[in-house]
Design a protein around this ligand. Structure first.
Ligand code: AQP
Length: 330
């Protein structure tokens, strides 16, 4: 049994289908096998400009989305990152163990700061991979289920853990990434060259987990396709390959079986089938999500319990860390 940690950033009202396929789907399955800790990483939302009231609302709705996706608070620890102070304490310590060279190489930092003048790029955007390392290491997490976009941050986290252990003695397990073979990077419906992303400005890029059926249908029917008319996954068909990954994930059927079903049929039939499959998948999610939000007292209780459990684990780690690095008087 390994200790699993992962988190979601509350940068939108609800997550998108890519978050579910690339991450939450694995989180739900891992609950049966491991000790799981899942977190709404609200401090990560501060890396880009934010509205305080909106952030408060989105943190709750992200927690509700996780429960509606199948995270069971009876089996997994579920909480808000900012309610466990040890994340930020360990972040500072790990900042002093990390190097500017390695942070400058992070492609997400390069992508997100591309259109901003050097002088005005937020320091938080630069530093957040260290916060992410602290999120996992403060629980001595061993397995980190994430989408492929987080792979590089996981490598940095491993380097930081190894450096800390080398310098101060074995303290942290070096965490392993857990990235799904299928659906690790769901691409935008409007452009398969870019990943589906919450902070997109383009409404047809993604499917929100609470999109109503008519909106899902419209977005999928409008999704870009490739040349030809064969429904097959291949490197020269990035758009159809992406749609097949989504189809496969929401129906739990292998891609090959779906390809067979649509053999000899065109993209039109395929998209209609996909739209219905996504609608059928999202219907129960939406119902559960609304039900959870209608009972704020229950949600608060879940998050209070989760924060207390998380705090206890994090405090235990921090006692060892402070001791190892010389922050205790005796
Ligand atoms: N397109 C994606 N395909 C597969 N997995 C994805 N994830 C994100 N986008 C995709 C995975 O979802 C988990 C939660 O993501 P996050 O909230 O930490 O945000 P992110 O990775 O920065 O991507 P988003 O959701 O698109 O948000 P913004 O636009 O705010 O950056 C992670 O495990 C992530 O890998």
């Amino acid at each position: 049994m390994a200790r699993v940690f992962s988190g979601v950033k509350p940068t939108a009202d609800v997550p998108h289908l890519g978050n579910y396929i690339g991450a939450f789907r694995q989180w739900v399955a891992l609950q049966d096998l491991h000790e799981c800790i899942f977190c709404v990483v609200d401090l990560h939302s501060l890396t880009v400009p934010w509205d305080p009231e909106l952030l408060r609302k989105r943190s709750r709705s992200a927690a509700a989305s996780l429960i509606a996706s199948g995270i069971d608070p009876e089996r997994s620890v579920l909480f808000l990152q900012s309610e466990v102070m040890e994340h930020t304490e360990l972040t500072w310590i790990l900042t002093c163990v990390s190097r500017m060279g390695e942070l400058s190489r992070m492609t997400q930092f390069k992508d997100k700061s591309r259109n901003t003048e050097n002088e005005s790029i937020g320091t938080g955007l630069y530093m957040y991979p260290v916060l992410m390392a602290a999120d996992v290491l403060v629980y001595r997490g061993e397995l980190v289920p994430v989408g492929e976009d987080q792979k590089q941050h996981l490598e940095l986290m491993r380097d930081i853990a190894e450096r800390f252990n080398r310098t101060f003695g074995d303290t942290f397990p070096v965490p392993d990434p857990y990235i799904p073979v299928e659906g690790a990077r769901i691409m935008g419906l409007d452009d398969p060259a870019y990943k589906m992303a919450k902070t997109t400005e383009r409404p047809n890029n993604l499917i929100w987990m609470n999109d109503p059926p008519e909106v899902v249908r419209k977005k999928i029917l409008r999704a870009v396709t490739d040349s030809g008319r064969e429904v097959v996954a291949s490197p020269d068909k990035p758009a159809i390959t992406n749609l097949l990954s989504i189809y496969s994930a929401v129906t739990a059927r292998p891609v090959s079986e779906i390809e067979q079903e649509y053999e000899g049929k065109g993209y039109g039939d395929f998209k209609k089938g996909l739209a219905q499959a996504v609608i059928d998948f999202l219907d129960p999610f939406r119902a559960r999500y609304l039900e959870i939000l209608e009972d704020p007292g229950r949600l608060d209780k879940i998050l209070d319990t989760g924060a207390a459990q998380a705090r206890e684990m994090a405090q235990e780690t921090m006692q060892v860390v402070r001791d190892r690095i010389g922050l205790r008087r005796s």
